[in-house]
Design a protein around this ligand. Structure first.
Ligand SMILES: Nc1nc2c(ncn2[C@@H]2O[C@H](COP(=O)(O)OP(=O)(O)OP(=O)(O)O)[C@@H](O)[C@H]2O)c(=O)[nH]1
Ligand SMILES: [Mg+2]
Length: 360
């Protein structure tokens, strides 16, 4: 973690500098007023998470490099974890002090907090808006929110057919169900010739699950247990527009099995992975999933089980952190109907308070 100090004549300018230099993941460690009337913000960014290097002055004392001994290294990691925890609390305190104290901003600030939007993302959303006089705040916030909510939507087929989409993600998030919903949507709505393949030969009845969906929708289905079998299955579907590959659920911490799955999917050049995330998952756990599955270089995020929660902040948090667009949203167990293409409007509506509560 790198700690950087920013000075400016007012808080809004200093916050802008923080975001420009360190990005939306910046964590505010503290603020203070300078004798000349300006303000100073100490902010930090975890480069391991963002891969972004800070441009400004670094406080060397906290940036002590890789210690030699393993015991020291473990201690350094624990210290870093603690520093992160403390800084997260500080940023909440800082944001609360700033936004909660302003009557015109406080209701929307509290709403975003209750939606579990990450403090760094709230700062990004509200910083400049909060500096204004409060008029038209919600309208400006909605515009900014929609800008941040990147979406990719429906299937984009290039010259190579079939386009191959693999749904990857942790166990039980709805990969198989979503693959079936997508297959139905692509076949019925987009009138594409669609096939289904599962590479889940691990879970009992996984192959049967996909075959049943294939039978009901009258789509060709295949089971593949290795990179070579997957490549062969896709070759056998050469006349189709689109093939959906259902994969075995894996823990983001299970390095070996994730690498094994990666090797299987590598059998098909041009295959696109899409990461499936279940909305009721805690934000910190979702972040771990995103990090663990980064090795698949996913093209989009698919959010499922929206019907099982009323807290949608983690969707915005993951889009902001990863820079990946949301492509589809699933909101129930019914195949094919409980699925929609992600839109900025649909996501913003879920994140903002209902209209009747918008008296700010
Ligand atoms: N409420 C709700 N349930 C869902 C949704 N999507 C899937 N499910 C349910 O979640 C459970 C797991 O779904 P699967 O599609 O088998 O999940 P998976 O990710 O393929 O699971 P594994 O292959 O075991 O890793 C099933 O009971 C589905 O009906 C959704 O959007 N909302
Ligand atoms: Mg499955």
């Amino acid at each position: 973690m790198r700690v950087v100090r920013f000075t400016a004549s007012d808080m809004a300018q200093a916050m802008r500098q923080v975001r420009q230099s360190l990005g939306p993941e910046a964590i505010i460690l503290g603020t203070s007023r300078l004798p000349d009337g300006g303000v100073e913000i100490s902010a930090a960014v975890d480069e391991a998470l963002t891969g972004r290097a800070a441009q400004a002055e670094t406080v060397e004392a906290l940036n002590c490099g890789e210690p030699a001994a393993p015991a020291l290294s473990a201690l350094a990691r624990r210290m870093e974890g603690l520093a992160d925890l403390v800084s997260r609390h500080l940023v909440v305190a800082e944001a609360s002090a700033g936004f909660a104290a302003r009557p015109e901003v406080a209701p929307i600030y509290h709403h975003l907090m209750s939606q579990e939007v990450a403090p760094a993302v709230i700062n990004e959303l509200l910083a400049d808006l909060a500096a204004a006089d409060g008029r038209g705040l919600l309208a400006r916030l909605t515009i900014r929110l929609k800008k941040m909510l990147a979406v990719s939507g429906g299937p984009r087929l290039g010259g190579v057919r079939p386009a191959v989409w693999a749904l990857v993600g942790p166990t039980g998030v709805g990969k198989t169900t979503t693959a079936a919903k997508l297959a139905a949507s692509f076949a019925l709505r987009h009138r594409l010739k669609v096939g289904l393949v599962t590479v889940d030969t691990y879970r009992i009845a996984a192959a049967e699950q996909i075959k049943v969906y294939g039978r009901i929708m009258e789509l060709p289905t295949q089971v593949a247990g290795s990179a070579a079998e997957l490549a062969q299955a896709i070759e056998g579907m050469a006349g189709l527009d689109m093939v959906l590959v259902d994969t075995v659920g894996r823990s983001p911490r299970d390095e070996d099995n994730l690498e094994e799955l990666k090797a299987v999917l590598a059998g098909v050049p041009g295959l696109q992975s899409h990461l499936v995330l279940a909305c009721p998952t805690r934000d910190a756990d979702m972040l771990e999933v995103v990090q663990g599955f980064a090795r698949f270089a996913p093209r989009s995020l698919i959010f499922t089980k929206l019907d099982e929660t009323a807290t949608f902040g983690p969707i915005l948090n993951q889009i902001t952190r990863t820079g990946l667009p949301a492509s589809y949203l699933a909101f129930g167990q019914k195949v094919p109907e409980d699925l929609e293409e992600a839109t900025r409007e649909g996501l913003a509506k879920r994140l903002l308070p209902p209209r009747r509560d918008m008296d700010f």
